[in-house]
Ligand binder design. Structure first.
Ligand code: AHR
Length: 499
């Protein structure tokens, strides 16, 4: 194996980007396929607890330490009436669910979702229906969730067994309303006028709410970024986040280009950050709106989206491989490099449906993307550092020359712990890297964790669940403010430090 020229990463605790919002480590659970039913909730399973939640799934998701989970959709949201999913289970309607052509039993609803969040120790991010739903329906869900007993919907919640308010602070105003595929799709202006009125009512129920406006459902949309500008100009003062969605994949089977896909992701986030700045300036506003990447993942292999009017069909159960895990790691590097604008993100989704975990009746498998998410969720905290990276480059068909090394870094003043996240995009060559601390160097490297392999298509399956796992490696010494590492090809490495 050949070795590339040396790459250098310069770190300085005084050269920072922004605080890393813990809400960047979020997930998304939709009533789609087997995410909820047979994934999270399966009361008939011997693996379920007394509330019907799969114990093995809860344990695996806890490892990912999600700080927030978005629910209940997705395209499902735009045809969903939340009242169907509360109250006695034998009275809940079975419905034809149009987004995924499935049967929705409504055995899992808002209260079961709150139990799930409690079991995980995470916050809910609730979506309200802007397709077939009214602004009154959005507002009444806020009353149901957050009001103290003494009014109709709060009393209904109490009658359903929850006298204490759920206290849901984060809300999405609909889902992908720019998409013609969306139930009740609207033009930007029509959507924004409705969102503004719903937001007013929702915040009158609870002024502490944080609301997220639908932005473009992808940077390839013909209305990107005009949709975003229009919606923001109408709703700026009422909202706190602009959502963006992205799914990427290696459709041309061109791994060199696929590994450089952060070029596209940077384009999307930078364009939207510029749009936020433009609208704030145009409106002469003192208010800030941040970006929420509330659907993001690799998704291109599994395309079956029609449930054939069955319960919990197998839909888009993507199997992830090593190159997908390296893309997820780079996406999270970008979260840190754009930490000033990105304040929330939700991995789409969390179980079975384009997810880090696949279940069957007997257990689960942790997919390759599980591990980079876990490493970031565990070690990226405090401040994102503006690392200066010098790296060799390589040729790609899609983006021209691209850096071989993709990097980010964090440092937490409270614990004096740091982390450096490094992806070697080369498929065949090792990359020597020198870490150089320009401010005071940490006393020691406390851990080195690495995901690597020869085969970009290697995956974890039920038959072979441990093909791709992070290895814990010997820590190099820090000498003269420097540490040296050799990154194998197709690898993701996390270096943790403390003082
Ligand atoms: O996550 C799967 C689907 O992708 C969601 O329902 C929708 O919002 C997006 O298009």
């Amino acid at each position: 194996m050949t070795t590339l020229p040396l790459a250098r990463v310069y770190l300085d605790a005084n050269r920072t980007i922004s605080e890393i919002s813990p809400l960047l480590f979020g997930g998304f659970a939709e009533h789609m396929g087997r995410c909820i039913y047979q994934g999270i909730y399966d009361p008939a399973s011997p693996l379920a607890d007394e509330k019907g939640l799969r114990r093995d799934v809860i344990a695996a998701l806890k490892e990912l330490n999600f700080r927030i989970i978005r629910y209940p959709g997705g395209n499902f949201l735009s045809g969903y009436h939340w009242l169907d999913g509360v109250g006695p289970k034998d009275k809940r309607p079975r419905r034809r669910e149009l987004a995924w052509q499935s049967i929705e039993t409504n055995q899992f609803g808002v209260n079961e979702f709150m139990e799930f969040c409690r079991a995980l120790g995470t916050r809910p991010l609730l979506g309200t229906n802007f397709g077939t739903g009214s602004i009154e329906e959005s507002a009444s869900l806020v009353e149901y969730c957050n009001a103290a007993p003494g009014s109709a919907y709060a009393d209904l919640r109490a009658a359903h067994g929850y006298p204490e308010p759920h206290g849901v602070q984060y809300w999405c105003l609909g889902n992908e309303m720019d998409g013609p595929w969306q139930i009740g799709h609207l033009e930007a202006e029509a959507y924004a006028l409705k969102a503004r009125e719903a937001a007013k009512m929702m915040k009158w129920h609870d002024s502490s709410l944080k609301l997220s406006l639908c932005g473009s459902s992808g940077f390839g949309m013909p209305t990107f970024p005009e949709w975003d500008r229009t919606a923001l100009e109408i709703c700026w003062e009422q909202t706190d986040y602009l959502s963006l969605h992205t799914y990427v994949g290696n459709r041309e089977n061109d791994t060199a280009s696929y590994l450089a896909v952060p070029f596209d992701l940077e384009y999307q986030v930078d364009t939207l950050e510029a749009t936020l700045r433009y609208v704030k300036a145009k409106l002469r506003s003192k208010h800030d709106v941040f970006l929420s990447w509330d659907e993001w993942n690799v998704w291109y292999k599994a395309q079956n989206m029609q449930g054939g009017w069955t319960e919990a069909p197998h839909l888009i159960e993507e199997v992830y491989n090593l190159e997908d895990a390296l893309v997820v790691a780079q996406w999270m590097n970008l979260f840190l490099r754009r930490a000033q604008a990105l304040k929330m993100a939700c991995l789409a989704q969390i179980v079975n449906v384009i997810a880090p975990i696949l279940t069957d009746a007997n257990g689960l498998v942790k997919q390759t993307i599980f591990y980079p998410f876990r490493l970031f969720s565990q070690y990226a905290k405090g401040l994102a550092l503006d690392a200066l990276v010098q790296t060799p480059r390589y040729a790609t068909a899609k983006y021209g020359d691209a850096p071989v090394l993709d990097a980010s870094a964090s440092w937490d003043a409270a614990s004096d712990e740091g982390a450096v996240f490094l992806v070697n995009r080369s498929q065949s060559e090792s990359l020597p890297v020198e870490l150089i601390w320009q401010s005071q160097a940490p006393q020691r490297i406390s851990g080195v964790y690495q995901i690597a392999g020869d085969d970009p298509k290697a995956a974890n399956t039920f038959a072979s669940p441990n093909t791709i796992l992070p290895a814990s490696l010997a820590a190099p010494e820090i000498k003269d403010q420097r540490a040296a590492l050799l990154l194998p090809p197709l690898s993701f490495t996390v270096i943790t430090t403390n003082s």
